[in-house]
Ligand binder design. Sequence first.
Ligand SMILES: Nc1ncnc2c1ncn2[C@@H]1O[C@H](COP(=O)(O)OP(=O)(O)OP(=O)(O)O)[C@@H](O)[C@H]1O
Length: 918
Amino acid sequence: MQDRPESYHAGLMNMLIPSKLSRPVRLQNTVARDRLLTKLSAAYNYRLVLINGPAGYGKTTLLAQWAAEKTDLGWFSLDESDNQPERFASYLVAALQQATGGHCGKSEIMSQKHQYASLSALFAQLFIELSDWNTPLYLVIDDYHLISNAQIHEAMRFFLRHQPDNLTVVLLSRTLPPLGIANMRVRDQLLEINMRQLAFTHQEAQQFFNHRLSSPFAEGESHQLCDEVEGWPTALQLIALSARQSASSAQASAKRLGRINAAHLSDYLADEVLDHVDAKTRDFLLRCSVLRSMNDVLIMNLTGEENGQQQLEELERQGLFIHRMDSYGEWFCFHPLFAQFLRQRCQWELAQELPNLHRTAAMGWMDLGFPAEAIHHALAAGDVEMLRDVLMQHAWALFHQSELSLLEECIQALPYEKLIQNPRLALLQAWLAQSQHRYGEVETLLTRAEQGMSEQQIEIDDELSAEFDALRAQVAINAGKPEEAEYLATEALRKLPIGSYYSRIVASSVIGEVHHCKGDLARALPMMQQTEQVARRHQAYHYALWAMLQQSEILIAQGFLQAAYETQDKAFELIYEQHLEQLPMHEFLLRIRAQLLWSWARLDEAEDAARNGLKVLENYDPQQQLQCLALLTKCALARGDMDNAGSWLRRCENLLLSGNYHRDWQTNADKSRVIYWQMTGDKTAAANWLMQAEKPAMADNHFLQGQWRNIARVQILLGKYAEAEVVLDELNEEARRLRLTSDLNRNLLLCNLLYWHTDRKSEAQKVLIEALSLSNRTGFVSHFVIEGEIMAQQLRQLLQLNTLPELDQHRAQRILRDINQHHRHKYAHFDESFVEKLLNHPQVPELIRTSPLTQREWQVLGLIYSGYSNEQIAGELDVAATTIKTHIRNLYQKLGVAHRQEAVQQAQQIMKMMGYGV
Ligand SMILES: Nc1ncnc2c1ncn2[C@@H]1O[C@H](COP(=O)(O)OP(=O)(O)OP(=O)(O)O)[C@@H](O)[C@H]1O
């Protein structure tokens, strides 16, 4: 079957590095940039504030000054790893959480567990949560130029278009981001501060030197230095550093800096900064540069420096491009320009040691509990052993948090012989392929792993081989090989210890599904219940949900629709509790809820559910909409609303033409099509379909039964009664054997149609009575209603006999009411325009043309044809029963018929002649 959970998420580790979410602090010694701060004080009037200027132009410092007193502000500093959309989104949401004091809890869980269809969908949820936040909010994203991933830019364009009015995004970037800036500029939605404005004025430069130097420059000199470097703050800072040596070296620095830009700063930094610090500090700087952010412990590991904190504070005092990242003063980082330079120097000067430094950093991060950052260093160290060790400890936790691309990168970096030495990593590699829908690769990877292990004589213990089996079982069921899947999953369950819960969940879910496929519902149900329990216990909510959806399907097949409804309720609860609304499985649930409501003829609610299902799918491939559209077609059909049914159906058919669907999906969509053809009498379409329709070898589950019922319905429509009867007999036998009660109920209705057409009225009545009685369990209504007038006639007769048990009697009345309400078109055809068309029809029998009925008599004939009794006709036309008798006598005479039966046959021929399939 389909819609399986592809990956799931257990409890979360802390993945977000707090220092990336803190704004720079310690601004006492900075120059207050009043002119720019005044400009920024109007920020809340704009959707976007863009601070755009080259490296080291004071963007971050300016914004840190502006943000200093604000509480309703989230700050998020990017690094190269944030080019990955999921990670970007997690930090963005966390920054907004910071701004709102945790107001967007649902979005936070969704982002951390990656439970969203796309970044835009996540942002849409975020905006819902922010909609009741009424005061201004600010989201600052620093170093946006590091983003090159088009997906993130696109999501940010969506964000900026739809963000609430009280939210202002502030972007700091060295380059102009591709976010529709020109457009926002025209609409006056953008506040910009550019390089020209960021440059220090003479006055600011003077203040700057006054802060930094014990004996500041004279005014004229300071102005000249400022002009020399065009107000570039980084250059001014470097000049101040030189000035500590002598005034003349400040002049020389300014001259040199005036001729270079950030790209060529490294030579300057090497000659003028690094070569001027003492050897110890130099070594300290180079070693620390390995880290993207640092604290005392990490530094101590790297430099052996006992009081790293003090050392950092000293560098900060000297103006050596180091910043505090949090208000506790625990975390520091180098200014990006300086960091980049130091890293380059470190590669040259400490080449030998560098791998070791990264290794040490990796261990430090591991101790702090941040495996993703540890992986960054292990990769940089090129230390495959270490990478493997980190993965062995944390890979599965990362997998459960959907850090799939990070893991993919690690696996790629590991030589295969290393990977295979730890077979669990080989297994992980296969699961990565499975979870990213690269199903074709899974078996190849598993086989390769087994071969590799046997070549290297690596022993596979029972537990591991069981884990392989569990994944293989999942692959087999996906590939439609239930026997193989069952064998593998059973073996897996037999061997897996209780602790291997993930594989146990997978294996028991597969076994449940296999039983389901085979129609062994009595065994499938407890298996899925067990899967649900284990999955809940281990917070594997995707699998818990999947298992509940399966239970609901099983209960529906067994005919226990009420129990299925209650299971669905529980599944909805889980979705809301765990914020799984955006997963495709939510649509699955809405769709089976719609199907159930359709059965019970709660059509408005069924339509709502199907439409909500379409909403869930908005951000997915449109092909997936097929089932919801088919349900909307069925709702229109049950209402007798052929126009709408036709237009929904066209959408289904377009999808069917353009996609390659699993056969169960095809069957479901075809169900609506064959009913439509029956109701419109479109035999050509039906015949064409029948020629190419798949005729499965078996009919032992509800999908296969459904496919064969489609075939039988078309056969009946085409008058291939004998063939239909063979099919239906087999279907019933299987459905009775496997206790597929809902299928039996549906099959009986088709038998009824068949017997009615072949004039076996008493057999027709018998199966109808059985179908009605089964409906006490299933609650079916719409299945009867779509059969229209043929059903109505029979139900009226049954009701007149007055032999039905009370419950069945009520249901029959209910069905009849619905048919009368929705399917009156056949009777309505006997109106004036119909009669006029009829009399002008070239094939109209002479007898009818020469002795025409009065309009009233046509109406009465229509009602007789529809199975109304005399009393019912009198009631319908609001005249006395005796008058009806007179009309009937007259019309019999004019049509040359002797009794009611013949009148109905005449009417039927007329309908056929006029092209209405009956
Ligand atoms: N108002 C100020 N007062 C004192 N120093 C400043 C001021 N603005 C910037 N600087 C100094 O200039 C250097 C660069 O500043 P900052 O980090 O704010 O630039 P940036 O434009 O954000 O750089 P990047 O593009 O690399 O992120 C820093 O060392 C900072 O201390």
